[in-house]
Design a protein around this ligand. Structure first.
Ligand code: BTN
Length: 257
């Protein structure tokens, strides 16, 4: 563990680096269910995942040793489950801002929490909240970023890596330390209830915000404009003068105008 390179207060201070695991999210959830004491801010990273999980039951592809695949433990007991989308926003902001600095621009957050470079996917986030009564007892925040991978299998939709952007490798541990401190900064703003600041920053980085785009919803293709995101995380799309709201999985971006 190299806690000295982590400038934050707690995120990443306890770092567990694994060579191979099924999924860092599953590993961390198992630790929690075995009642092993795990300090908040613990990061489990793996060189290789053989059953990496993405959103919507998808697999997460990552070439061993080339990328960042890690899970972070947070305990947002102060956050009502009704407001859990704010957690999605602060994690996305921490990741997107870090990468925007490194890439020199071009990074956005594709609703709800894909990390994009122009029109390609640079990373993804899978947050699994463990509730107890009306509290979020644990949030297992899984982050997968394409860092030094040069080639991707055909089935991976739309990928890009930091190496393809920068034309050189990026040090994985250094990137992890930058991510941890940015995520921590945003998480502390959430803890301090700076909700309006969080939503404004999220909208400022939202992919396609206020732009005309093609979508598919309820089996129909249409042109619409993203007008915002509700507090609960529903996407608001203006189409023919009417504002519609969509949950995750109810709407799909079609990548041409
Ligand atoms: C997505 O589908 O975009 C979310 C991808 C999340 C992948 C990360 S890699 C580390 C953590 N462990 C997993 O099994 N998934 C997440």
């Amino acid at each position: 563990m190299q806690s000295n390179i982590f400038s934050g207060l707690f995120v990443g201070q306890n770092l567990v680096a694994l060579k191979e695991v099924d999924s860092t999210n599953t590993f961390l959830k198992n630790l929690l269910s075995n009642s092993t004491p795990v300090p908040e801010g613990t990061v489990i990273m793996a060189e290789s995942q053989y059953a990496g999980r993405g959103q919507q039951q998808n697999r997460w592809n990552s070439e061993p040793g080339k990328n960042l695949t890690f899970s972070l433990l947070l305990q947002p007991v102060f956050l009502s489950p009704l407001n859990q989308f704010y957690l999605t926003q602060v994690i996305s902001l921490g990741v997107a801002e870090t990468l925007n600095i490194i890439a020199g621009g071009g990074i956005s957050i594709k609703w709800p929490n894909d990390i994009y470079y122009n029109d390609k996917k640079l990373g993804g986030i899978l947050i699994e909240n463990i509730l107890q009564g009306s509290q979020i007892k644990y949030a297992v925040v899984g982050i997968g970023l394409n860092v030094n991978q040069q080639e991707f299998p055909q089935w991976v939709p739309n990928p890009v890596s930091l190496r393809q952007i920068l034309h050189k490798d990026y040090d994985l541990r250094l990137l992890l330390s930058h991510l941890c401190s940015r995520i921590e900064g945003w998480y502390l703003r959430l803890k301090a209830s700076k909700l309006a600041d969080i939503s404004a920053a999220y909208l400022a980085l939202l992919y396609g915000y206020r732009q005309e785009r093609s979508f598919r919803a309820n089996g129909q293709e249409f042109i619409g404009t993203i007008a915002g995101v509700t507090q609960q995380g529903r996407l608001q799309v203006q189409q023919q003068g009417i504002l519609q709201e969509y949950n995750f999985k109810e709407i799909e971006f079609l990548h041409q105008k």
